[in-house]
Design a protein around this ligand. Structure first.
Ligand code: R2B
Ligand code: URA
Length: 272
């Protein structure tokens, strides 16, 4: 998309919420779910607005843009920066960004939802670190506290707990997340447990792979944002994600439920 061939304010000017998540399938489901709860027509097929890119998928459901970002910080930040530009060219004022995802939990029951308040990188600093022009930048990785509170209080009575806490963003699924079920196991079970317990003691509630950069870049852009992830495993009890496919699919809907409720509530206050 560009500003020459596309009327971006006409196409995207009514967007208020940008929701991102790992997979194309999940973000299509989220767009359809939002059409349902916002009472928008559901008879037309949801169109992938970026289908020619073959990398990400983007769907629009009224004021909600639902976009997949792939796995890990580099994949997510390419998309995030392009959407920040898109919102600027579409003249959207004060959009709210969400990431809905999955994670490994620390000391909370699998299936819980974590709304991130702050993030740690792999060396336990509260920054997203990126080399720019040969020098390391350390960008603060905090989320908007009030938004995190409001989003977590939108959850409730749905059969799972929502927590607010710290999130470790790892650059790897295996060693980077202190697993011992990958191909490289060069530390002991005790090393692993002492690291995971240290994280839990610091207030880290979950481990995923994008939070620091998502917090840092939205904050730098002056955009309110929230990272809402379901936990698939309690990492103090194991490394492997063992629940059935059906359970995992049901759990993955939980962040959608929480964010959906927040959005519905936000819009209902706005229309009063
Ligand atoms: C959670 O799950 C993915 C890795 O499986 C990654 O995108 C993340 O943050
Ligand atoms: N995603 C992660 O990054 N880690 C987990 O343990 C589960 C999902």
């Amino acid at each position: 998309m560009d500003t020459q061939n596309y009327d971006l304010p006409a196409l995207f000017g009514d967007v208020k919420f940008v929701c991102m998540g790992g997979t194309k399938y999940r973000m299509r489901e989220f767009a359809d779910y939002m059409r349902g709860i916002l009472d928008l027509p559901r008879d037309t097929k949801l169109v992938n607005l970026t289908k020619h890119s073959h990398r990400y998928a983007m769907y629009k459901a009224g004021p909600v843009l639902s976009i997949s970002h792939g796995i890990g910080i580099p994949s997510m930040t390419i998309l995030l920066q392009e959407v920040i530009k898109l919102m600027y060219y579409a003249r959207v004022r004060d959009p709210i960004f969400f990431r809905i995802g999955t994670s490994g939990g620390l000391q909370i029951p699998p299936g819980s939802v974590v709304v991130s308040s702050w993030c740690l990188n792999g060396t336990l600093e509260k920054t997203y670190d990126i080399p720019v022009l040969g020098k390391m930048r350390h960008i603060p990785a905090y989320f908007d506290k009030r938004l995190a509170q409001e989003v977590s209080s939108a959850a409730g009575l749905d059969g799972f707990q929502a927590y607010i806490g710290g999130t470790l963003a790892a650059d790897d699924f295996y060693r980077g997340q202190a697993r011992l079920d990958g191909p490289f196991c060069d530390y002991t079970e005790e090393d692993k447990m002492s690291f995971l317990k240290k994280l839990a003691g610091l207030g880290v509630k979950n481990i995923e792979m994008e939070a620091t950069a998502f917090a840092a870049y939205t904050r730098e852009a002056g955009v309110r944002a929230s990272d809402v992830c379901v936990t698939l495993v309690n990492r103090l009890e194991g490394d492997q994600v063992t629940p059935s496919k059906a359970t995992l699919l049901e759990w993955q809907q939980r962040p959608m439920l929480v964010v959906g409720k927040y959005i519905k509530k936000y819009l209902s206050y706005q229309n009063k």
